[in-house]
Design a binder for this molecule. Structure first.
Ligand SMILES: [Zn+2]
Ligand SMILES: [Zn+2]
Length: 79
C-alpha cells in the first residue's frame, strides 16, 4: 500500500504543488499550510496530529530555500 500524495487540501480544496508545504495526519488526510495553521495542527476528520508531508525527491530544487527559519547567527556577540 503506497502512500498516495494528494494534491488538494481537503479543507479548502486548494491545489498543493509537489514542492509546496502540505500536512498530513496518520490517515493521510491532506491539508495545505494555511489550513493546518488555522486548525492548530489537528486533523478535523480524525483529531490526529498533522505533520509535515515529506517532499518527493527532486522537488526541493524547484522550491524556496528559505523554508527553515534562519539560525540565530546574530546575538552570539552580545555583551
Ligand atoms: Zn487548505
Ligand atoms: Zn485525519
Amino acid at each position: 500500500m503506497a502512500l498516495q500524495l494528494k494534491s488538494h487540501c481537503e479543507r479548502c480544496g486548494q491545489g498543493i504543488a509537489r514542492h509546496e508545504k502540505a500536512y498530513i495526519c496518520v490517515y493521510e488526510c491532506t491539508f495545505c499550510h494555511a489550513c493546518t495553521l488555522w486548525m492548530g495542527f489537528v486533523c478535523p476528520n480524525c483529531g490526529g496530529e498533522l505533520v509535515r508531508r515529506p517532499r518527493p525527491k527532486g522537488a526541493e530544487n524547484e522550491t524556496e530555500q528559505a523554508d527553515q527559519a534562519p539560525a540565530d547567527s546574530c546575538g552570539v556577540m552580545s555583551r
